[in-house]
Design a protein around this ligand. Structure first.
Ligand code: ATR
Length: 273
């Protein structure tokens, strides 16, 4: 029987998840159908309940329902518990709903496997302290960076995150202006570029070999990566690989099979040109 999966969000029209998962399914010969579900605001729990009652096997969840999905689930993976927001729900054989957050592992796999950017022993600067950043902190810290500094416009939010994750490694908080020293890797997890803005960082954050990673993606370089490039950064990566890797991790959670991500990333990059 064909198993049913979907991505739920609002808006959802531009989601690449149906294309990504259908490609994974073809590639791994899995018999499944993957749809996009536009869910009205405030109705996530009711609609998700209906989806699973009518035979749905798994849901991906995107903006703005990741916290709703966290609350909807019966059980959570440890990284989902830390993130307090989830992008993957799976119906278990006993009818319970398991929640996972695959964003962080997607980011780590894109950095370390697709781009050979080492994280262990490195100084990492993470910009932002919203849901996107909370979602990736545990997998990043599991890579054992020497130090991870969270910098945010509202410093108290960065401080709260640093406290919440202090048991997992060396994690500190800062304002943008007072970020201490230079970094091997700078990850932009703010939504500043949606308004055409940049986090106001001192240029001392850069050194020879600094890599930047923007969790956003678009046609060409993102606003943040363009700025970094103008400051002399030669490796500027965007979040398209993270998007495909988080999907692959969700696919693995559902089906127990790991799809090949490289061909899918390449295809999406070509389509974007
Ligand atoms: P998301 O789910 O994408 O993380 P969010 O939880 O609303 O969305 O968080 C947005 C993040 O981008 C926050 O860290 C926010 O900073 P504040 O905590 O100070 O609000 C950051 N952000 C948004 N616009 C910004 C801007 N113009 N300059 C700098 N940071 C910005």
């Amino acid at each position: 029987m064909t198993d049913l999966y979907a991505v739920a969000g609002n808006p959802i029209g531009h989601s690449k998840s149906p294309l990504i998962h259908s490609t994974f399914a073809r590639q791994t010969q899995q018999d499944l159908l993957y749809k996009a579900l536009l869910m009205p605001l405030g109705e996530f729990a009711a609609k998700a309940e209906k989806f699973f009652q009518h035979g749905g096997s798994g849901l991906n969840v995107t903006v703005p329902f990741k916290e709703d999905a966290f609350r909807f689930a019966t059980t959570h993976t440890p990284r989902a518990l830390r993130a307090q927001a989830v992008n993957t729900l799976k119906k278990m054989p006993d009818g319970s709903i398991l929640a996972d957050n695959t964003d962080g592992v997607g980011l780590v796999r894109d950095l370390t496997l697709n781009h050979q950017v080492p994280l262990a022993g490195k100084r990492i600067l993470l910009l932002g302290a919203g849901g996107a950043v909370r979602g990736v902190l545990q997998p990043l810290l599991e890579q054992q960076p020497a130090e991870l500094v969270i910098a945010n416009r509202t410093v108290s939010k960065a401080e709260q995150l640093a406290r919440d994750f202090a048991d997992l490694g060396c994690v500190t908080a800062s304002s943008f202006a007072d970020v201490p020293g230079a970094f091997d890797l700078i990850i932009n997890g703010t939504s500043a570029s949606l308004g055409g803005e940049l986090p106001p960082l001192p240029l001392t954050v850069f050194k020879d070999g600094t890599v930047t990673y923007d969790m956003m993606y678009g046609a060409g370089r993102t606003v943040f990566n363009q700025w970094a490039h103008e400051q002399g950064v030669t490796i500027t990566l965007d979040g398209l690989g993270m998007l495909v890797e988080q999907a692959a991790e969700a696919f693995y959670c559902w089906r127990g099979v790991r799809p090949d991500t490289a061909t899918v990333i390449q295809r999406l990059r070509q389509e974007r040109r």
